[in-house]
Design a protein around this ligand. Sequence first.
Ligand code: ADP
Ligand code: ADP
Length: 220
Amino acid sequence: NIILSVNGLTKNYKNICAIKNLTLSVERGKIFGLLGPNGAGKSTTIECILRTKKYNKGSVEILGMNMEESKKEICKEIGVQFQADFFPDRIKVGEMCEMMASLYKETVNWKSLLGKFGLGDKIKQDISKLSGGERQKLSVFIALINQPKLVFLDELTTGLDPRARREVWRLLKNLQKEGLTIFLTSHYMDEVEALCDEVLIINNGQSVIVGTPDGIVEKS
Ligand code: ADP
Ligand code: ADP
């Protein structure tokens, strides 16, 4: 039961080949990790999958639909985390949630759910006054506000301290139990070990190994 499939994806920036012939598939209900060092092509892969960047070759299917033909339908079913440092200045947590929720017809009752994320008492607080971990949790929360089946998370714990990272991990594991499928990128092996059911390591835009985190650790 495949929810996302990427076939032979290739993306060049002028003379730089950022991704070369990348193929992957994500099963429904799993946490899939794209692991690689800085510059490996992780962000480019997400941007090509979401079609916010054009690619040179290959194809992408989400929920059995083609992103070019069915962008609107697909966007209703997916969530995308934007980087926590992109929050606008002087906006309160509640205002941000309300604004994002208003973009969708059917949304979660976000006020009751915010508590699950440990942010229940922060509704009236300025986002700029949250800790790094709280901001990161908020950016995940907002990606889930349209109740997506599949969520994309790019480098979600970069810059967080160990405690905040573990908290975010626990949150994601709980969401998985409720049926969410997660596609994430990371440059930390311990993160994909803690979270992922399947991992694809990329380097220089090319697939190096794919497998379970345990299998990959044994090989390397
Ligand atoms: P990662 O997310 O793994 O750090 P990126 O996808 O950001 O990697 O980058 C992959 C490669 O593509 C790198 O060599 C990067 O310098 C290059 N790259 C990314 N964006 C652009 C761009 N807009 N123009 C030219 N090169 C880019
Ligand atoms: P990330 O790893 O999160 O993609 P980067 O620092 O690689 O962050 O990229 C930040 C921005 O700069 C992105 O919009 C990317 O497309 C662009 N960029 C990255 N590398 C290059 C490059 N070699 N030439 C031009 N633009 C680039």
